[in-house]
Design a protein around this ligand. Structure first.
Ligand code: DX5
Ligand code: ZN
Length: 227
């Protein structure tokens, strides 16, 4: 099991599989890892919580043996509590759920911990950051969405950065080890401002996996933008 605390305190890069070429998924993941990315961000969508379907636990299980990255599962599903054990068995290290999802959120976070994973909480762009506060003492990571969840390749919403800053302030006061992840539209041009706001895990889908730039080069461009 991988832990965010295994990686020290630097900024971590989390390539989002959603944008990868699924015909060569294992290879894409290995290329990102070889280039220095530490976290594999895995978007799970149920066609109900968001209007799109992505992948299920079978994909997570298939790629677990070919990657040593921390598997960061982002559940965009209506009833996350029903699937925690399935994703843990498939190889998840960390599971994030939406504060807008159904069920007892605190109980599902406990369920994630009981299964041996770290837990995260996230919100849609339209949801106020205050909605996360009751759950922050129970999580290892808070995730700010800079796009509406559901699809890769959308434009970055800088309007969400005050949420990142508010969460960093909370972390400084209560839990400096809290990881703050940002997901949606991250590219070399906006990576530094995202980190400056307080993020220390950057998800990047289409800017890492695309037909134009080799994966290694795309990871390096993000790393260089943070120097
Ligand atoms: C959107 C997903 C994101 C998405 C990011 O619902 O949560 O993780 O894959 O992709 P890009 O980086 O292309 O916005
Ligand atoms: Zn995501």
């Amino acid at each position: 099991m991988h832990r965010f605390t295994d990686y020290g305190t630097g900024v971590l890069l989390a390539p989002s599989l959603l944008a990868a070429d699924f015909a060569i998924l294992g290879k894409q993941l290995q290329d990102a890892e070889a280039a220095g990315a530490q976290v594999a961000h895995i978007d799970i969508m149920d066609g109900h919580f968001v209007p799109n379907l992505s992948m299920g636990p079978g994909i997570v299980e298939a790629i677990r043996p070919v990657s040593n990255m921390l598997f960061d599962v982002h559940l965009m599903i209506s009833e996350p509590g029903r699937y925690i054990d399935t994703f843990v068995k498939a190889g998840a290290d960390h599971i994030t759920l939406h504060v807008e999802s159904e069920g007892n959120i605190a109980a599902v976070l406990d369920q994630i911990h009981a299964a041996g994973c770290t837990a995260g909480i996230t919100l849609r762009p339209g949801t106020p950051v205050e909605s996360l506060y009751p759950y922050l003492p129970k999580v290892e990571m808070a995730l700010v969405m800079t796009v509406e969840p559901g699809f890769g390749g959308q434009s970055y919403m800088a309007s969400q950065l005050p949420k990142v800053a508010a969460l960093r302030k909370w972390a400084n006061e209560h839990n400096p080890a809290l990881r703050i992840e940002v997901d949606g539209g991250i590219k070399a041009v906006n990576a530094a401002q995202t980190v400056a706001a307080g993020a220390d895990v950057l998800v990047a889908g289409s800017s890492i996996f695309n037909k134009k730039t080799p994966v290694e080069q795309a990871v390096k461009a993000l790393q260089d933008a943070l120097k």
